[in-house]
Design a protein around this ligand. Structure first.
Ligand code: ACO
Ligand code: OAA
Length: 379
């Protein structure tokens, strides 16, 4: 008897596994919409809080809804003492993504409604994570700099408060705006690896904290969210704009993946890059510092060389990585900032998965040894 060889979809490339009403990526036109709205228009004209509301509730908030959303979010920002003490005890040798993963896992252990799968409970947990994650990220960056945490300020917006908790002050509005644009662009991207991870965990009817903890693990990798940090390490390694092309030739000859380039879904450029690049250019233009000018020149030179040699375009991590550096964040803080944003998309997907759940469990084509006897067993 012959059995037909099944089609293998390694990496699930091109496989449509479910429907979603949250966002759509249209690779043919390089476009991305959240609940139908073009992400570029949202990023240019709306706040991150408004976009979070849109992703969770399906509509942009009116003025009263936004006031209520902001009040509830800002009230949830402080960490309790136990969490602060626990996180302060984690080794500084671990990556800040490990701290964040541990924090979410601990929030789950502390939450008395952990097993309440209602929509209201899910929304409350999602808001709690949105509010508390920046407090964790900022405290961890300060700890690594030998500084005490700065408590959240409920009078400040999400982005402004994060800057204040990190650095003790809020930068110029153009800098905050650039950061907010990055948060909006990072918020949601359909069935990417970390979101799909969250959906897989949710599909077993596990809890929201477990799904988010797993998603953080998936985002950490350099082929996914970890690339925004890897971009900065790469720029530091190349160092000189004049060396960009030569470095690239050597890296490609060595079969290295060039961080911040390429995308599973977009073949002709990431829809979010032009807006983020413009925001980055504005940020770089704010200073005459020679180090910034050099980094910006190197960033452009590497992008141009990659396009000439491979016709592979930058993804969002390429401009976002350098933008976060210019804003003053430490490189290991970049991917945790991505988490602070993508938590909105993850939790929207967790809710959607639960609303029409099917256990996610694909098949594999076996290619190991044929059936054989365990030594010493049988005749
Ligand atoms: C927010 C995000 O998560 S966006 C993604 C962030 N990740 C990165 O920037 C890491 C670098 N990029 C990559 O590794 C890839 O482009 C991915 C993982 C993002 C997408 O990968 P896939 O869809 O699986 O495509 P795959 O890796 O098979 O690439 C297809 C071809 O383009 C090449 N390619 C794609 N991206 C790159 C890159 N960044 N550097 C060098 N070559 C690349 C591959 O080597 C491959 O060439 P081949 O057919 O000659 O073997
Ligand atoms: O969609 C993907 O594969 C990666 C991702 O999360 C993004 O680009 O924002």
């Amino acid at each position: 008897m012959t059995t037909a060889t099944p089609d293998i979809h390694r990496g699930l490339a091109g496989v449509v596994v479910d429907t979603t009403a949250i966002s759509t990526v249209i690779p043919e036109t390089n476009s991305l919409t959240y609940r139908g709205y073009p992400v570029q228009d949202l990023a240019a004209h709306r706040s991150f809080e408004e976009v979070a509301h849109l992703l969770w509730y399906g509509e942009l908030p009116d003025a009263a809804q936004l006031r209520d959303f902001r009040a509830r979010e800002s009230a949830l920002r402080p960490l309790d003492r136990t969490t602060s003490e626990l996180l302060a005890r984690l080794p500084e040798t671990c990556h800040p993504m490990d701290v964040l993963r541990t924090a979410v896992s601990f929030f789950g252990a502390e939450d008395p409604t952990e097993d309440d799968g209602s929509l209201a409970a899910h929304r409350a947990k999602s808001l709690t994570l949105l509010a508390k994650l920046p407090t964790v990220v900022a405290a961890d960056q300060r700890r690594r700099r030998g500084l005490d945490p700065i408590p959240p300020d409920p009078g400040l917006g999400y982005a402004q408060n994060f800057f204040r908790m990190c650095f003790g002050s809020v930068p110029a509005p153009e800098v905050v705006r650039c950061f907010e644009i990055s948060l909006i662009l990072y918020a949601e991207h359909s069935f990417n690896a970390s979101t799909f991870t969250a959906r897989v965990v949710t599909s077993t009817l596990s809890d929201l904290y477990s799904a988010v903890t797993a998603a953080i693990g998936a985002l950490k990798g350099p082929l996914h969210g970890g690339a925004n940090e890897a971009v900065m390490h790469m720029l530091e390694e190349i160092d000189d704009p004049q060396r960009a092309a030569e470095w690239l030739d050597e890296a490609l000859a060595a079969k290295r993946k060039i961080m911040g380039f390429g995308h599973r879904v977009y073949q002709h450029g990431d829809s979010r890059v032009p807006l983020m690049q413009t925001a980055l250019d504005r940020l770089a233009a704010r200073t005459a510092d020679p180090g910034t000018t050099r980094l910006a020149a190197l960033h452009t030179a590497l992008r141009d060389a990659m396009l000439t040699r491979k016709d592979i375009h930058p993804n969002l991590d390429y401009p976002a990585g350098l933008a976060y550096h210019l804003m003053g964040f430490d490189t290991p803080t970049f991917t945790p900032i991505f988490v602070m944003s993508r938590i909105t998309g993850w939790t929207a997907h967790i809710t959607e998965q639960l609303a029409h759940n099917a256990l996610i469990r694909p098949l594999a084509s076996y290619e190991g040894p044929g059936e054989r006897a365990v030594p010493g067993v049988g005749g």
